[in-house]
Design a protein around this ligand. Structure first.
Ligand code: NAP
Length: 450
């Protein structure tokens, strides 16, 4: 006889949904899955991290959506584990819980001046243009209204996303689902120069070549990249494919010149930020010139000042603790062995972890699939040896009701989805995202989990 179990997945981003899909796909079990998220909307970073002008990556959402269209799965949105409910509560009503809560915090630079008005974490900036309900429309500091030059720090794709949104013509961005207040603010921006500040060299950058090449498609944006810093053909031999592709893209960018550009992007390699300079707000970024010595960055002794009025650190994400679950602050992850959560080295039965909170913020969206499958293999191995389940839907729903929690169901999410499409159509767009908690809850209400 097929054995039935109930599993909760906490976090409705790609890792969580891939885990849910994997749990549903094993015919030797009859597993029901509740996917719980703190937000009223599913899809995590696909909705709130992938750049709005990257529709191909955004379309992953359609594949994720198919998981929710299957039987035996529910979405329970607007339910925060750690406040409304605790991990201990979930242990009571599910046979297993997979935590895939991602990495919601932007890392800081830990340099003097970082608190000055005008320093904005790339993570917050991305949340703002992605209509994340935690980021108020007016959150950008006033000082940025008059900024003409800004620095974006980092050599990853988030830095490129931020730089591109800052320089791209607003009519092109209006083709996306960005909220109107974001388009209005970007249209009023006076930023002319965006300085990408990169602490290593062209061959070490984490950018991907496809994202680099996008700057060459912007016909009103000039790129300032010193070709002399790029490896020669002979030096390319020693590089891996990632670096070689990047260098090819950078050569293209070094040749991309535009007369009378609307904006400029400057690539500053071998520049380690040391201080944000300013009295009342950002006036400049101080950078130390560096070189690599056996894979270690060493200062050459030269300091430089880049005149900017805004600084966007895009230096990676960090996960945050989930309720009282074990958490290793040194690496900002939940400790685990094969996806099983460890508490002081011991496996905590029934608790698992997947995605960025398990392995750190790296890879592309699809990397989370293998990661989730690996964790689910541990879940299934443990369930195979577990006693028969006593978990019921009624018990889970009673728990939610007893805490006054009214989850947004998948049908509720579809209500939000329709409202966004209608809002977009009203102004000739495919979709305009809704960013207010109240409106998300309003359109997501009136349905029960199904
Ligand atoms: P990332 O790829 O890890 O890049 C972080 C960058 O910050 C690195 O270049 C790192 O330099 C730099 N950095 C770290 N600390 C620094 C410091 N104190 N001062 C100066 N620079 C510092 O992270 P990410 O850009 O946040 O992206 C996260 C993940 O999402 C990545 O896997 C990325 O590929 C993915 N993503 C993909 C896309 C896409 O495919 N279009 C878009 C966005 C994000 P070092 O290399 O020197 O450490």
């Amino acid at each position: 006889m097929t054995r039935s179990f109930r599993v909760a997945v906490v976090g409705a981003g790609p890792a969580g949904i891939y885990a849910a899909q994997e749990l549903l796909s094993h015919d030797e079990f009859d597993i029901e899955v509740d996917v719980i998220d703190r937000l009223p909307t599913p899809y995590g970073l696909v909705r709130y991290g992938v750049a709005p002008d990257h529709p191909k990556i955004k379309s992953i959402q359609r594949a994720l959506q198919r998981t929710f269209e299957q039987p035996r799965i529910r979405f329970l949105g607007d339910v925060e584990i750690g406040s409304a409910l605790t991990p201990g509560d979930l242990d009571e009503v599910y046979d297993a819980v997979v935590y895939s809560t991602g990495a919601a915090l932007g890392r800081g630079l830990e340099i003097p001046g970082e608190d000055l008005p005008g320093v904005v974490s790339a993570n917050d900036f991305v949340s703002w243009y992605s209509a994340h309900p935690d980021t108020a429309p007016g959150f950008l500091p006033e000082t940025l209204r008059t900024a003409t030059a800004v620095a974006v720090i980092g050599a990853g794709n988030v830095a490129l996303d931020v730089a591109r949104v800052l320089v791209k013509a607003v009519p092109l961005l209006a083709e996306t689902d960005m909220p109107q207040h974001v388009l209005d603010r970007l249209a009023a921006s006076r930023v002319k120069d965006v300085h990408l500040v990169i602490r290593r060299g062209p061959a070490q950058a984490k950018f991907t070549s496809k994202e680099l090449r996008e700057f060459a498609d912007l016909d009103d944006v000039d790129v300032v990249l010193d070709a002399a810093l790029l490896p020669t053909d002979g030096e390319l031999e020693a590089l891996d494919t990632h670096a070689r592709n990047n260098i090819a893209a950078m050569r293209l960018l070094a040749d991309h010149h535009v007369e009378n550009p609307a904006r400029r992007v400057h690539f500053h390699f071998w520049s380690r930020p040391t201080r944000v300079v300013g009295e009342a707000s950002v006036e400049a970024l101080e950078v130390a010139s560096v070189r690599l010595d056996d894979d270690r960055l060493v200062d050459t002794g030269d300091l430089d000042l880049i005149a900017v009025q805004g600084v966007f650190p895009a230096v990676g994400y960090a996960s945050t603790p989930v309720g009282d679950l074990p958490f290793d602050p040194a690496i900002a992850r939940i400790p685990h062995a094969d996806g099983r959560i460890l508490d002081r080295g011991q496996v905590t039965p029934g608790r698992y972890v997947a995605g960025w909170v398990k392995r750190g913020p790296s890879g592309v969206v699809g990397s989370n699939r293998q990661d989730a499958i690996a964790t689910v293999a541990s879940v299934l191995a443990d369930l195979a040896d577990a006693p028969d389940s006593t978990a019921t839907v009624a018990a889970a729903d009673e728990l939610l009701a007893s805490r006054g929690v009214h989850p947004v169901s998948y049908d509720g999410w579809l209500g939000i989805d329709q409202a966004e499409i209608a809002l977009g159509e009203a102004s000739g767009r495919q979709r305009t995202k809704i960013h207010e908690w109240e409106r998300l809850r309003h359109y997501g209400a009136d349905t029960v989990p199904s």
